[in-house]
Write a protein that binds this ligand. Sequence first.
Ligand code: HEM
Length: 164
Amino acid sequence: MIAATSLRLLALVATAATLSFAAPSFADDMAATAPMGNPAGAEPIAGDGVYRAFHEQAGIDRIIDDFVTRITTDPRISARFQTANLVRLRFELKAQVCYLTGGPCTYSGKDMKSAHAGMGLKNLDFNALAEDLQLSMDKEHVSFPAQNALLAKLAPMQRAVVTK
Ligand code: HEM
């Protein structure tokens, strides 16, 4: 199961890398203008099919509650969250995932570059967090196509989040 989820993630990261190589000037523009761009880090998935596959707001709430428990106890990354405001983090993640999956939400938190500035996050941190999210989506029985639709929105954010 871990191998399968890692493979899915690797495929998505590879796709994102290919896209950014294919259009470097566009990607650079996006990075440069991130604070004025969409703070959620991406435009939402069209339609409400993916939002429904996440079991709407109640499902997203369950996924994020489980996810925050995982990342704050995952020995690979838990130290990163020691001083974090977890009430705010849960709230902002629920709004962000609702928005990105096409749900009726707005995201009013920080943009991804500002939210993670100065943390010195690495690719290993990003991959660990993405694996934890996949476990939380599996637990909610979100279909793989819907999971992949969200992961495809998150994968390019690696450029804004990872600074080391
Ligand atoms: C695509 C990947 C990621 C997304 C979508 C994401 C999303 C978010 C969001 C929405 C916030 C809250 C912003 C706000 O307070 O306005 C946040 C904060 C934060 N994130 Fe991430 N994040 C990602 C990757 C990571 C990684 C890899 C780590 C570390 C392993 C991390 C650690 C944190 C921490 C420590 C905070 C600050 C919490 C606080 O001080 O209150 N994030 N992130």
